[in-house]
Design a protein around this ligand. Structure first.
Ligand code: NAD
Length: 354
């Protein structure tokens, strides 16, 4: 074994029903006295319930998915006008994303309170959208100093969104197995993430108010993001990035649909990843484990269900090709991408080949 692995410096506070107390303690630890709470209208009640004891300088609700530059600028101006000295984000990846955009230019520390399984809170990846073009980058400044995980805050996440978001986390795990900086440490995180999602998500579907199922999913969301942040973006994420940015497809659902096709495409070319993923699912083949889980969850099925047009396939394939990492376990051609996208568009069985 030979590898170089960086761990990201973060404090992780995990406890159901403990967000309010954890936040109070962590804001005191940071010696902050002017909190900017970032929470979309839809998550405002959740945020109010856990920030009562904080020295709040300003509430900010202007959250938009994929962080348009105007929304980022509005947030930065609001932070400056309120003389905020810490950002507390309460919400999904879109909310964390806005906090990151503000931190990027102001250097303000973030305390992230995630309410989905997107995992943005544990990565140094930021994203901004100008018009229809989404740009992402890596900057250590945007990494939240503290994450407060409280599964009670995810109980209100509707089951279909929980499934899509959980499969977004699963995609971080699977894709990190063959990502450019894959190593045994992030593979271990990813494998435990897969195991915990395969355990937790069916429980969330069967009993959405079962806290244990939610805890397993949330714990796995963190592991998945750590694995992804360390291993880097691979074929699956490159495909979803283009689809999400250029065709305005919903983030988590796009990941949920595309993942089995990438696994079917790459799995056979990378026996070690195939073995690890299958073992985490407890099945003899990785794709069987994923498809069994997807059936149990009634997972998002096809890109056509989200408005992706068949005519866009050639253009999308051409846009994805230059972004495919050279380290992908098998070479990728435009023809391969067209076949993969067509299968994902129609929802064909990935086991029949892509
Ligand atoms: P989101 O944050 O847009 O949330 C999806 C929907 O769920 C919204 O309508 C929101 O109001 C609602 N919601 C969130 N929490 C809820 C709760 N507890 N109860 C009820 N409703 C709730 O979606 P997302 O999938 O979490 O995040 C997607 C965004 O995050 C994308 O822009 C994506 O690019 C980004 N992302 C970034 C990274 C990264 O590492 N930078 C990783 C993953 C995702």
């Amino acid at each position: 074994m030979r590898f170089v692995h960086d761990n990201l410096p973060q404090r992780v506070c995990f406890g159901s029903g403990e967000a309010a107390a954890s936040l109070q303690r962590e804001i005191e630890n940071l010696k902050a006295s002017r909190v900017m709470v970032i929470a979309a209208e839809a998550e405002k009640d959740l945020a109010e319930g856990i920030t009562k004891n904080l020295p709040i300088a300003i509430w900010h609700e202007d959250v938009v998915m994929h962080v348009p530059v105007e929304v980022a600028e509005h947030g930065r101006q609001a932070a400056a006008a309120a003389q905020a000295d810490v950002l507390v984000s309460v919400g999904g990846g879109s909310t964390t994303g806005l906090a990151k955009a503000i931190a990027m230019t102001t250097g303000l520390p973030i305390v992230a309170v995630p309410t989905t399984y997107a995992g943005s809170e544990a990565t140094t990846v930021w994203g901004l959208t100008r018009g229809a073009r989404k740009t992402t980058g890596i900057d250590p400044t945007v990494l939240p100093k503290v994450i407060v995980y409280d599964a009670t805050l995810t109980l209100t996440l509707p089951v279909p969104m929980s499934v899509a978001s959980g499969l977004n986390a699963l995609a971080h795990c699977v894709d990190s197995m063959w990502a450019p900086n894959a190593d045994p440490i992030n593979a271990a995180f990813a494998a435990e993430g897969i195991r915990s999602l395969a355990d937790g998500l069916p429980r969330v579907v069967a009993e959405p108010f079962d806290l244990e199922g939610r805890e397993h999913a949330l714990y796995a969301a963190y592991l998945s993001a750590v694995a992804f942040a360390s291993a880097g973006s691979a074929l699956h994420h490159k495909i979803c990035h283009v689809l999400g940015g250029a065709y305005n497809l919903p983030h988590a659902q796009t990941h949920a649909v595309v993942l089995p096709y990438v696994l079917a495409f790459n799995g056979a070319a990378t026996p070690e990843a195939e073995r690890r993923i299958a073992a985490a699912f407890g099945t003899s083949r990785a794709i069987d484990g994923l498809q069994d889980l997807r059936r149990e969850l009634d997972a998002p099925r096809a890109l056509l269900d989200y408005g992706f047009a068949e005519e866009s396939i050639p253009e999308a394939a051409d846009a994805i090709l230059p972004a495919v990492p050279p380290s992908n376990p098998r070479p990728v051609t435009t023809g391969d991408l067209r076949r993969l996208l067509r299968a994902a568009w129609s929802g064909a069985d990935p086991r029949e080949g892509v």
